[in-house]
Write a protein that binds this ligand. Structure first.
Ligand SMILES: [Zn+2]
Ligand SMILES: [Zn+2]
Length: 121
């Protein structure tokens, strides 16, 4: 219990969504847990990097948040237990899937946009 196995260089995991091999060490993070191409993750941690969760279900990227420093994070929701988690984006995450995620609410607004005040009375 609680023993840390040594982190080998070149450790990688297979993306749950697109089956791409993803190295866990990436520019900007040493605990990459999501795919740079489709941004899906997997529920393997209780706390970041501990690999102690028994859930192991795929985690869907559902939103982008911007922190106080202006840094982007991805919000993941576990498809197994529903837990929400924030993850810093990695330096080599692809821009298009990140932008698509950030723009998703604008592309699919939950209310009609023409109901918004126009600012031109
Ligand atoms: Zn993927
Ligand atoms: Zn879970």
């Amino acid at each position: 219990m609680g023993s840390k196995r040594p982190r080998r260089h070149g450790e990688r995991f297979t993306c749950v969504c697109c089956s791409r091999p993803v190295p866990t060490a990436a520019y900007g993070t040493r605990n990459r847990n999501h795919c740079p191409a489709c941004l899906w993750s997997r529920h393997v941690d209780d706390a970041i990097g501990d690999r102690n969760s028994g859930c192991n279900q795929p985690m869907e990227p559902i939103a982008i948040t911007v922190g106080r420093s202006g840094e982007w994070s991805i919000v993941h929701r576990c498809t197994g237990c529903g837990q929400l988690r924030h993850n810093r984006i990695a330096g080599d995450d692809m821009e298009m899937p990140l932008l698509a995620l950030a723009l998703r609410p604008l592309a699919n607004p939950a209310f009609p946009l023409d109901a918004l005040p126009s600012g031109h009375p």
